[in-house]
Design a protein. Sequence first.
Length: 286
Amino acid sequence: MATLPGTVPRMMRPAPGQNYPRTGFPLEVSTPLGQGRVNQLGGVFINGRPLPNHIRHKIVEMAHHGIRPCVISRQLRVSHGCVSKILCRYQETGSIRPGAIGGSKPRQVATPDVEKRIEEYKRENPGMFSWEIRDKLLKDGVCDRSTVPSVSSISRVLRARFGKKDDEDDCDKKDEDGEKKTKHSIDGILGDKCKLTADSIWPFLYMSGITNYHLHYTDIIIIVLLSLLLSSFKVNCSLVSRKQMFSFLPSTSSWENCPTSELQLNGEFIPAFNSEPAVVHLLNYL
DNA sequence: CCCGTCACGGTTGAC
DNA sequence: CTGTCAACCGTGACG
C-alpha cells in the first residue's frame, strides 16, 4: 500500500456534492471468488459476503491499540459502519467471526411428546422405517391425520437424536459436501496438498496492493499465483490440471499454453506478475 | 468531523 | 433437484 495512513486516494472519491447511488457500485471486479466491488474508500468487498478474517482481526487489533474507528476505516478501506458493527459485535460477543449466514430455523413439526414417542419406537425397533413410525403414531393414537409429522420430519428427528437417517447412511451427505468443496473453494480445487481457500488468498491480494492499483488484475493475480504453485513450485495438485485451472475464467482460457513468465495482457506484461510481495507472502505461506 | 443507525442489494443454506 | 425464505453481509446516506 503506497498511500499514507488515514488518507484516501482522490480518484476513488466521488466528486464534491456527488454521491454514489444506492444501487450500482462504481467499479466491479470479476474474480473467481465472486463479484468483487470497490467502495468509496477504494477497498475491495464482495457484496453479501463477510470481510476476510484477517481484516476483521486487524480492525479489532487496531482498536485495541487505541486507534479511532474513523482512522481504522480509512486505513483498511472499510466503511465506518462496518468497522462500528464489527467492534460492537466484538465487545458483545468477544468474537470477530461473522454470524451464521443462511439456513432456516428447524420448524417444530412434532411436539416434544411426539418426538419422545418416535425415539421410543426407534429404540424398540432400530430397523423401523420413518413411514412405519408414522403409521404407528396414527395407529397408537399419538397423532391424528392432521397432526402427524411428515416422513421427512420424522427422519429429521431421528437424525437429530441418533446422528444419522433411519433408512440410509450419511455417505450421500459427505459426497455432497465434497462436491460443493470442489466446485466452490480453491482449497477443493487444489486438493488437500495445497491449503489455499478463498479466505486465505485474500491476504495476498491485499498485501500486494491489489485492492487499489492492481484492482483490475485480480483475476489474473489469482491465476498467476496458482500457476506459480503448479508450474514453479511443483505443488502436488492432484485434482486439477493446468488446463482445468485456466478454464476457470473463459476470458483467459487462451492462456492455457502460455508460459507463466510470459503472461501478458493487451501486449503488456501483467504488473501483478512482478509483484514481489505477493510471491513472497505466497512462499511464506507455503 | 465523528459515529450510530438503518435501508438497500446481495449471498447463503436449511427446509 | 429446485424454489422459498429468513438469516446474515458491507455499503453508503442520514442525522
